[in-house]
Write a protein that binds this ligand. Sequence first.
Ligand code: TXA
Ligand code: MG
Length: 340
Amino acid sequence: MTDRPNLPEIAPATDEAVNRAASLLRAGRLVAFPTETVYGLGADATDDRAVASIFEAKGRPRFNPLIVHVVDRTAAQAVATFDERARLLADIFWPGPLTLVLPRAPGAAVSLLVSAGLDSVAVRVPGHPVARALLAACGRPVAAPSANRSGGVSPTTPLHVSDSLGHRVDMILAGGRCRIGLESTVVDLTGPRALLLRHGGVTREEVEELIGPVEVETAPSQAPKSPGQLTSHYAPGLPVRLHATEARPDEALIGFGRNLMFVKGGAVRLNLSEQGDLQEAAANLFAMLRSVDRPGDFSGIAVTGIPDRGLGVAINDRLTRAAAPRPAPLTAQDPDAEKT
Ligand code: TXA
Ligand code: MG
């Protein structure tokens, strides 16, 4: 998009830019920033109006809770109540791609809108140095969903953010491409049984090694605990076809490792990881989906099978949602429209 008059500033993350971004946050403005998972659309989590403007910028219906990003465990404990399981997981995986859903700490200074009416709160200490510098400079917890319009593909570069949000964000702190490229794993510890709400950068097995069995929230019933679990969620504009064993001449084909050799056809052929490395594939996933999401050029996106182990589980989860039947177009007024 080149004809937008008010493109947001994309600033390399110098000390000066980080301080300016922190001031913007404290003034209630929106700043997109890199994390090791995806770019986040940040707002001061203690400021209701700022948090509300996240929903507005994303075109995201209101009742979805947001992740609160904090600089360290101490800051997290001001927001949420930790039990032994939470302490163990935080010790090992923070800073990093794990989000814990915990009871709100009594008197937590976080906007109720962040929790969307629940008495829980999702917290995470991100590992990306720019995110950490920003959180330290800001001195407040920062609410941040992925920095894309609702229902779209999560951004893993600054340009993805400006393409998706344009002038709806006040500043984009640039910190290169996200290393992991998939959102954080979300684990709910509000009840006696740990619940995996979203697959992500940390695998279920890694979590279970520390705290024992973790149940996976399966197909959401009427009231999904985590809106990220809704069926058509990570949806590109073009239809997505999974487990492709061949591609039509007008389809874009995305493969993995040596799989691609056995699949014929495709107007373009991209490999998530020639080495068959799931981590590399996760990091490339959203960027590749975006790069071929061109309805003028292709009729659809065909994807070969991806191994369903380790990070492959999270990749397949995102792909399944991208390929799910699309709901009718959503409007912000639709109370049932829960997409993040
Ligand atoms: O990697 C990530 O987690 C990125 C980066 C920016 O940190 N953030 C992100 O946020 O993906 P978002 O808002 O797109 O996804 C947050 C997920 C949603 O599935 C939401 O429903 C769930 O976390 N969540 C947040 N608070 C919750 C709560 N209190 N109870 C249950 N689920 C919650
Ligand atoms: Mg999202």
